[in-house]
Design a protein around this ligand. Structure first.
Ligand code: PLP
Length: 390
């Protein structure tokens, strides 16, 4: 059974064009890009081109691009770089809805000598900007706010926040792992100092990430050793993956229009039809400022895990809004921070599309979801209670 893949915020298919571009660098062209001989030098030239492609996607300078191993490494490098560059500052600001790559690091630092402010969100997942601005202080080393939320797709006003943060002389980082490739980004006209990207969210392979570091930003390297990446990240370059990332950056520029027109229309059709056909269903997150590919739909009074299992029988892949912690299903920290009621958070399903999804797939999912929900509700004591009460 061919999967109907609607879990692209978890990971994406590597584009065939990217695979083609990478293959020779696993076999014939295996030279070390830093070697003096032409055999390695040719790989070095290809890495230079890849860096230029990524820079051009972001409106950045090639020397502002640092290749890392993943989005998590980029986030960690940015935050550690800022606190090490400003050792006298002991305060960090982030949000309550970050990916664990930032959230868990923030919680770790909070136990290790830092004051960490987690900015709250409202019921639609929008940030309390007044709260954030009031917390800025001379002791703040870095503000890190994600550009778009991976669970709900909510887009945050990071450009606006970055400007205010810069006026206070504080470093601003954004986790743009879900935003890059879906919405236009131009670092030339921006106050953002550092920005994280992950290859496997935009049709490049797993194991490659990017950290954009604005020229002039104080930076302290995390990995020390050789002078790869301009001395900012030691270790022989992951040539094939960097080359794949460069090709993916070119493709992203080509398909961004499709993402914002055709993919957005598919997402809207899926969402509208599900809300129409399934009673007691609602969308989580800001309906306006949202990624074009994502919808998080809450089906009240049932468990997301049960829904995923039945969807899986048809080969439909998506994610739920709960995570298994210590044997019990807990709604995600994002939905909890938004104050989504337990009965809705538990039955939340995130559908995240890509340019590879088709209208036939959307129609198939629209057809299969209502009976799945109905079947689970017939077995749910919460649903029976709700029916009796109404
Ligand atoms: N940040 C966000 C918003 C994400 O969605 C993810 C992955 O889901 C990450 C960071 C981590 O990226 P990676 O898996 O490349 O470490």
């Amino acid at each position: 059974m061919k999967p109907i893949y609607m879990d692209n915020n978890a990971t994406t298919r590597v584009a065939p064009e990217v695979v083609q571009e990478m293959l020779p660098y696993f076999s014939d062209l295996y030279g070390n890009p830093s070697s003096m001989h032409a055999f390695g030098g040719n790989v070095g030239a290809k890495l230079k081109a890849a860096r230029e492609h990524v820079a051009s996607l972001l409106g950045a300078l090639p020397e502002e691009i640092l290749f890392t191993s993943c989005g998590t490494e980029s986030d960690s490098t940015a935050i550690h770089a800022a606190i090490r560059a400003h050792p006298e500052k002991k305060h960090i600001i982030t949000t309550r809805v970050e990916h664990p790559a930032v959230k868990n690091l923030g919680e770790h630092l909070a136990k290790n000598g830092y004051r960490v402010t987690f900015v709250p969100v409202d019921r639609q997942g929008r940030l309390d900007l007044d709260y954030l601005y009031k917390k800025l202080s001379d002791d703040t080393a870095i503000v890190s706010v994600m550009w778009a939320n991976n669970e709900t797709g909510t887009i945050f006003p990071v450009e606006e926040i970055a400007k205010t943060v810069r006026e206070r002389g504080i470093v601003f980082h954004t986790d743009a792992v879900q935003a890059v490739g879906k919405i236009p980004i131009d670092m030339a006209d921006s106050a953002i100092d550092m920005l994280s990207i992950s290859g496997h969210k935009l049709h490049a392979p797993k194991g490659i990430g990017v950290l954009y570091i604005r020229k002039g930003t104080k930076f302290a390297p995390f990995l020390m050793g050789g002078h790869q990446e301009g001395g900012r990240r030691a270790g022989t370059e992951n040539s094939a993956s960097i080359i794949g990332m460069g090709r993916a950056a070119q493709l992203v520029m080509e398909y961004m229009d499709d993402e914002n027109t055709r993919v957005r229309a598919l997402r809207d059709k899926l969402e509208t039809e599900l809300l129409k056909r399934v009673p007691n269903s609602m969308v989580n997150g800001d309906p306006e400022n949202r990624l074009p590919n994502t919808t998080s739909v809450a089906f009240e009074f049932i468990e997301g895990e049960g829904i995923l299992l039945l969807m899986d029988q048809y080969g439909i892949c998506a994610s739920s809004g709960s995570a298994c912690t210590s044997g019990s299903l807990e709604p995600s920290h994002v939905l909890r921070a938004m104050g989504v009621p337990f009965t809705a958070a538990h039955g939340s399903i995130r559908y995240s599309l890509s340019i590879y999804n088709t209208e036939e797939e959307i129609d198939f999912v629209i057809d299969k979801m209502p009976p799945i929900i109905e079947r689970l509700r017939q077995m749910s004591p919460f649903w029976q209670q709700a029916q009796k009460a109404s």
